[in-house]
Design a protein around this ligand. Structure first.
Ligand SMILES: Nc1ncnc2c1ncn2[C@@H]1O[C@H](COP(=O)(O)OP(=O)(O)OP(=O)(O)O)[C@@H](O)[C@H]1O
Ligand SMILES: [Mg+2]
Length: 370
C-alpha cells in the first residue's frame, strides 16, 4: 500500500521561542548518498511570516532540503533552527523527531491515505493533536473551502484525481495552522486555471495565517508571486539568493540566466562599450569595467531582443517562428549565433531583418579564461 509520510504527525512539539527576526535558519547543510553529494554547504534564513522559494533543475537537491528541515532526512553536517529552537545540529548531535518540529508539509507525492475519507485525511493533524470534534469539523470545512473542495468532507479519497489529491494534501498541511509550511511542488498536477486561482488563494492565505514557508516549484511565476526571496540551486549548491526581481533581472551567473530562459552567449570585450560575439560581430552593451580582450558571457532575455526592418542592428535570419498564444517565440540566426526571441504575434519577413538589443538590457558577466 502507498504509505503516506503525512504531516507532522504525533505529539505536540517543543514550545517555540518568541518571534525572532529569522524564523528559520539553515547553515552549512551537507548531505551525501554514498559517493554522491546531494547538498553541499547550503545556508539560508527566512524571516517570520515570509516565504522562500527553492528553484533549480531536477535533481539539484530541493526535496532533500525540505526533508532535512522536516526531520525526514539526517544531514551529514550543519545546523537547522526553527523558531529559536535548534532542531538539528550535527556537531551537538541534536536531531529532533519530525513530529516535534511543528510544521506542515505538502509532499511532491501528495501522501493521501486512500482508505480514508477526504475529511479524515484533512483532519489527521488535528486528530493527533487531540483537537475537539466540533472544532475539527469547522477547521476541515475551512481548509477544504480554501482549496476549492467545499462539501467534499464525506467523499472517499480512493476516487480522487491527481489534482484533487494535491488539493487535499494542501488542505491537510494548513488545517492545524502551523507556523512553518513546506511545499514540494504543490500545484504541479493542477490545470492552468486552477493553478492561477490557487496561487492567489495561497498568497492570501499566507498573509492571513502568517505562516513562514519554504516553497519548491518548477514554475518561476509561482515562485516569484509566493516568495519574498528565491534560492536558485545547482547540483546541491546555492547558486544565487535574492528577491524575485533581483534574481530574474540581474542573474549573477550564466547558470541562473539560463535557468530563467535568457540567451547566454560567450564573447570577448572589444571596447569600453562593445563586445565581440563572433569574428566581426560586435554588439553595444553599455559601459563596463572590463579590459579589451577579457572573456565575457552575455546574457539577454528573449523579450529584450527586437526584430526590426531597416539599417540599424545586426543582420539576422529567422529559422523558426512558433505561435504561443500571447506571443511568438522565434529562433534567429545571426552569423554563427542562434538566439531565441519573444515578440508580439505578427507576420515577420524571413529575410532582410535585423535585431536590436538595448545596451542597458545586456548583462555582461566576466568569464574565467579557458
Ligand atoms: N535516498 C536517496 N538515495 C540516493 N540518492 C538520493 C536519495 N534521495 C535523493 N537522492 C539523489 O539526490 C539528488 C537530489 O534529489 P532531490 O529529490 O532533492 O532533487 P529535486 O531537486 O527535488 O529534484 P526534482 O525537481 O526532480 O524533484 C538526486 O540526484 C537524487 O537522485
Ligand atoms: Mg523534488
Amino acid at each position: 500500500m502507498h504509505m503516506p509520510g503525512g504531516n507532522a504527525i504525533g505529539g505536540v512539539g517543543p514550545q517555540l521561542a518568541a518571534d525572532a527576526a529569522a524564523f528559520i535558519s539553515v547553515s552549512g547543510l551537507s548531505k551525501s548518498y554514498g559517493a554522491f553529494q546531494a547538498l553541499a554547504d547550503v545556508s539560508f534564513s527566512i524571516d517570520a511570516g515570509q516565504g522562500l522559494a527553492l528553484l533549480g533543475p531536477s535533481g539539484c537537491g530541493k526535496t532533500t532540503i525540505l526533508r532535512c528541515i522536516a526531520g525526514l532526512e539526517t544531514p551529514d553536517t550543519g545546523r537547522i533552527e526553527i523558531g529559536g529552537v535548534t532542531v538539528f545540529d550535527a556537531q551537538k548531535k541534536i536531531d529532533l523527531a519530525p513530529e516535534r518540529r511543528e510544521l506542515g508539509i505538502v509532499f511532491q507525492s501528495y501522501a493521501i491515505w486512500p482508505h480514508m475519507s477526504v475529511g479524515e485525511n484533512v483532519g489527521l493533524p488535528l486528530k493527533v493533536r487531540r483537537v475537539a470534534g466540533a472544532e475539527i469539523t469547522r477547521r476541515i470545512d475551512e481548509a477544504l473551502a480554501l482549496v476549492g473542495l467545499k462539501g467534499w468532507h464525506e467523499r472517499s479519497a480512493m476516487a480522487l484525481s491527481g489534482g484533487q489529491q494535491q488539493r487535499i494534501a494542501l488542505a491537510r498541511a494548513i488545517v492545524h495552522q502551523p507556523r512553518l509550511v513546506l511545499f514540494d511542488e504543490p500545484m504541479s498536477n493542477l490545470d492552468t486555471q486552477l493553478r492561477e486561482d490557487m496561487r492567489v488563494d495561497l498568497r492570501l492565505m499566507q498573509e492571513r495565517i502568517g505562516f513562514t514557508s519554504v516553497y519548491v516549484t518548477h514554475d518561476h511565476g509561482e515562485a516569484f508571486s509566493l516568495a519574498r526571496d528565491v534560492l536558485v540551486m545547482n547540483h546541491g549548491k546555492v547558486e544565487m539568493k535574492g528577491e524575485p526581481h533581483q534574481v530574474y533581472f540581474n542573474p549573477a551567473t550564466p547558470f541562473v540566466a539560463k535557468f530563467f530562459g535568457y540567451n547566454v552567449v560567450e564573447g570577448v570585450v572589444a571596447s569600453a562599450q562593445e563586445i565581440e560575439l563572433a569574428p566581426g560581430l560586435r554588439l553595444a552593451v553599455g559601459p563596463h569595467l572590463l579590459p579589451p580582450g577579457a572573456p565575457v558571457t552575455l546574457c539577454v532575455r528573449k523579450e529584450d531582443i527586437s526584430l526590426v526592418d531597416g539599417d540599424s542592428g545586426l543582420a539576422c535570419e529567422i529559422e523558426t517562428q512558433l505561435f504561443q498564444g500571447g506571443h511568438d517565440e522565434l529562433v534567429v540566426a545571426c552569423g554563427p549565433l542562434r538566439l531565441r526571441v519573444i515578440q508580439p504575434p505578427r507576420r515577420i519577413p524571413h529575410k532582410d531583418i535585423r535585431l536590436t538589443i538595448p545596451p542597458e538590457r545586456c548583462i555582461v558577466l566576466a568569464r574565467p579564461a579557458q
